[in-house]
Design a protein around this ligand. Structure first.
Ligand code: APR
Length: 238
């Protein structure tokens, strides 16, 4: 395996997707046995689905909460925690994942662009911050309400909604000299475009995953393999 050298002047931007949590037992989205198998995405992950049937949405996210709570971080999450410990503020991690396995492996300079499973927020745009909520609900009656009267919804960016933290992401991408992308199929935007944005500002771009992503041609280097097997041995800190 050709090592990825990390130089003292490098600023590293990492983007992760569902594949980094696959070895922790959490299914990816577009795998055959993936999360959407029993649930059509438009039934559970859109503002329209929420309007139509909030309980179906909560049932789905309660199931995902339970699975994430059972899962443990794997060697790939740990390798990124170690990288941050070495690089400090020269490191930034943007994840599309809504599980908390990165945090549990020590990551702190972290942004969840698609939201977080363990939080809920008001369904109305009332301005209150999301609240910690790991509950696995058994019925819609159990779901609380915001002080403003709105029902709590999962703190998840549904399809058609704007990802969180885009300003920060653009700033970090613009100053990155090395971009590492792990376990994402490159089919959901805007995340699939980040490699182009980073490349435009001159960054080296590396992809790690068992198969080539849809945007593979945009990367300087593609390392084929499972994240938990590749990441612990991939980097050479100069
Ligand atoms: N290590 C690394 N990558 C892996 C592994 C592994 N062990 N196992 C699978 N993968 C790769 C697959 O090859 C695939 O390219 O992970 C990728 C998973 O792709 P998707 O299921 O499309 O997940 P992701 O790209 O994260 O989806 C993006 O779509 O549904 C929305 O909001 C949801 O954040 C999600 C977004």
């Amino acid at each position: 395996m050709v090592k990825v050298r990390i130089l003292p002047e490098d600023r590293v931007f990492v983007l992760t997707g569902a594949g980094i949590s696959a070895e922790s037992g959490l299914p990816t989205f577009r795998a055959e046995d993936g999360l959407w198998a029993g649930h059509r995405v438009e039934d559970v992950c859109t503002p329209e689905a929420w309007e139509r049937n909030p309980w179906l949405v909560w049932e789905f996210y309660s199931m995902r909460r339970a699975a994430a709570q059972r899962a443990e971080p794997n060697a790939a999450h740990a390798a990124l925690g170690e990288m941050e410990a070495r690089l400090g503020e020269r490191f930034f991690l943007c994840t599309q994942n809504v599980d908390d396995l990165h945090e549990r492996a020590g990551s702190e300079r972290l942004l969840h662009m698609h939201g977080e499973l363990a939080k809920s927020r008001c369904e109305l745009e009332c301005g209150r911050a999301p609240v910690e909520d790991g509950a696995i609900y058994g019925s819609l009656d159990e779901v609380g309400r915001c002080p403003c009267g709105g029902r709590l919804r999962p703190h998840i960016v549904f399809f058609g909604e704007t990802p969180l933290g885009m300003e920060r992401i653009q700033k970090e991408l613009a100053r990155a000299t090395l971009m590492l992308v792990v376990g994402t199929s490159g089919s959901v935007y805007p995340a699939a475009d980040f490699v182009y944005w980073a490349g435009r500002s001159g960054a080296r771009t590396v992809y790690v995953g068992p198969e080539r992503p849809r945007n593979a041609a945009a990367f300087t280097q593609v390392v084929e393999g499972k994240a938990g097997e590749v990441l612990p041995h991939l980097f050479e800190y100069v």
